[in-house]
Design a protein around this ligand. Structure first.
Ligand SMILES: CC(C)(COP(=O)(O)OP(=O)(O)OC[C@H]1O[C@@H](n2cnc3c(N)ncnc32)[C@H](O)[C@@H]1OP(=O)(O)O)[C@@H](O)C(=O)NCCC(=O)NCCS
Length: 333
C-alpha cells in the first residue's frame, strides 16, 4: 500500500488585526487577563464583502498548490473543514471547486470543529492509501468574528477566537517510510454542549429561528471553560502518545509537535507532560487566537516557511475541541 505525503501547505489571514486592547474598548476585559490565561495578544477579523470562509480557503489552497508545484487541475478531491460555513447548506467545499475552476471532483465538508483538519487529513490519507485518489486538497477555514458575542456577556468565549484559513495538498508516494504514518480519531458526545452553538438552525426547534434565541444569546457559542481545559490537558498527551507508540516512537523522537492552537497554557501543559523542549513545539496563538479547523494548517504552513519543519522530520499534529473530539496524525515529512 502506498502512503500520502504533504506536498505543500498554505495559509490566508485577513488583514485586519484586532488586539486585546481593541477588545477592551468594546467589552469589559483587559490585555493582561487575556494574555495571562490564553497567551493571545491579537487575532484577525475578516473584511465583510471581501473575505468569505470559502474564498479564504481557496486562497490558502492556491498557496499550498504553488508550494507543491501543482495546478488546481491536479486535484482529485476536496475536503473542507469548518464550523463557520458560507451557507447552512451546501458546504463550502463545493464553492472552492468553483473558485478554483476545476473539473467536477468530489467535495466533502466535515464538521468536527477544532479537530476538523486532522479528521480531514485522515480521510484524505485513506483515499490515497486505497488508490482511489492521487492528490487531495484539505482545507480548514473559519470566520468566527461574525458569530461571536463581542460584548461583556460573551467575553469568556469571544476573546479566544480569530478568523483565518490553512490548507495542505496531499499526494501519493511509493516511499513507505514517508508521509502520514498513522491517524487517530476520537469523540465523546456526552460533552457536546460543553462547547457548542445551539441556535439557530437546530432541527429540534419549530421554528428553527426565533427572537427569543437572539434575546437570550443562544445564537452565540457557549463554553464550559474549566471543563474544556481539564479534558484538553488529558486528551492531548493521550492521543499524541497513541500515535507515537503505534509507530514505535517516544516523545524525544519528535522533531515538531503542532498542537491545535486552543490556548497557550494548554500547549505548555502538554509540552511539560510529555517532557518536550521549546524547539519541539510550535505555537502561534499569540498572533491569531484560536482559529479552530484552520489553526493546524496555518501553523504547519508557518513552521515550514520558517524552516522549523524539514524533509525527513517526525511531525505530530494533535487537536482537541468541541464534541468533544480529539485526534492526532504522525507524519514523516
Ligand atoms: C476560558 C478560560 C481562559 C477561562 O479562564 P479561567 O481562569 O477558567 O477563568 P474563569 O472562567 O474561571 O473566570 C474567572 C473570572 O474572569 C471573568 N472573565 C471571563 N472572561 C473574561 C474576560 N475576557 N476578561 C475579563 N474577565 C473575564 C469571569 O467572569 C470570572 O469572574 P468572577 O471570578 O468574578 O466570576 C479557560 O477556562 C480556558 O482556557 N479554557 C479552555 C478554553 C479553550 O481552550 N477552548 C477551546 C478549546 S478548542
Amino acid at each position: 500500500m502506498r502512503n500520502a505525503r504533504i506536498a505543500g501547505t498554505g495559509r490566508y489571514l485577513p488583514d485586519k488585526v484586532v488586539t486585546n486592547h481593541d477588545l477592551a474598548k468594546i467589552m469589559d476585559t483587559s490585555d493582561e487577563w487575556i494574555r495571562e490565561r490564553t497567551g493571545i495578544q491579537e487575532r484577525r477579523f475578516f473584511a465583510q464583502g471581501k473575505d468569505t470562509t470559502a474564498n479564504m480557503g481557496t486562497r490558502a489552497a492556491r498557496m499550498a498548490l504553488e508550494n507543491a508545484g501543482l495546478q488546481p487541475k491536479d486535484i482529485d478531491f476536496i475536503i473542507f473543514a469548518t464550523l463557520s460555513p458560507d451557507y447552512n447548506f451546501p458546504g463550502s467545499g463545493v464553492l472552492v471547486q468553483e473558485e478554483l475552476g476545476i473539473r467536477e471532483v468530489g467535495a466533502l465538508d466535515i464538521r468536527t470543529q477544532c479537530t476538523g483538519f486532522v479528521y480531514g487529513l485522515s480521510i484524505a490519507d485513506q483515499f490515497i492509501k486505497t488508490g482511489m485518489y492521487n492528490t487531495v486538497l484539505v482545507i480548514g477555514s473559519e470566520i468566527h468574528s461574525s458569530g461571536l458575542d463581542l460584548t461583556t456577556r460573551g467575553r469568556a468565549v469571544s476573546v479566544l477566537f480569530g478568523d483565518g484559513a490553512g490548507a495542505a495538498v496531499l499526494q501519493a508516494t511509493e516511499d513507505k517510510e514517508r508521509g502520514i504514518l498513522s491517524t487517530h480519531l476520537h469523540s465523546e458526545g456526552k460533552y457536546a454542549e460543553d462547547l457548542a452553538v445551539v441556535d439557530p438552525g437546530s432541527s429540534r426547534d419549530i421554528p428553527r429561528v426565533n427572537v427569543e434565541m437572539i434575546e437570550k444569546g443562544s445564537v452565540f457559542p457557549v463554553m464550559n471553560g474549566n471543563h474544556v481545559f481539564k479534558h484538553a490537558v488529558q486528551r492531548f498527551p493521550e492521543v499524541i502518545l497513541e500515535s507515537l507508540h503505534q509507530n514505535g516512537y517516544e516523545p524525544k523522537d519528535l522533531d515538531m509537535l503542532i498542537p491545535h492552537q486552543a490556548n497557550l497554557r494548554i500547549s505548555q501543559f502538554v509540552q511539560k507532560t510529555l517532557g518536550l523542549s521549546d524547539e519541539q513545539v510550535f505555537n502561534n496563538i499569540m498572533r491569531y487566537g484560536n482559529t479552530t479547523a484552520a489553526s493546524i494548517p496555518i501553523a504547519m504552513s508557518e513552521a515550514w516557511e520558517q524552516g522549523k519543519i524539514k524533509e525527513g522530520d517526525l511531525v505530530c499534529l494533535a487537536a482537541f475541541g468541541s464534541g468533544f473530539t480529539w485526534a492526532s496524525a504522525l507524519i514523516r515529512w
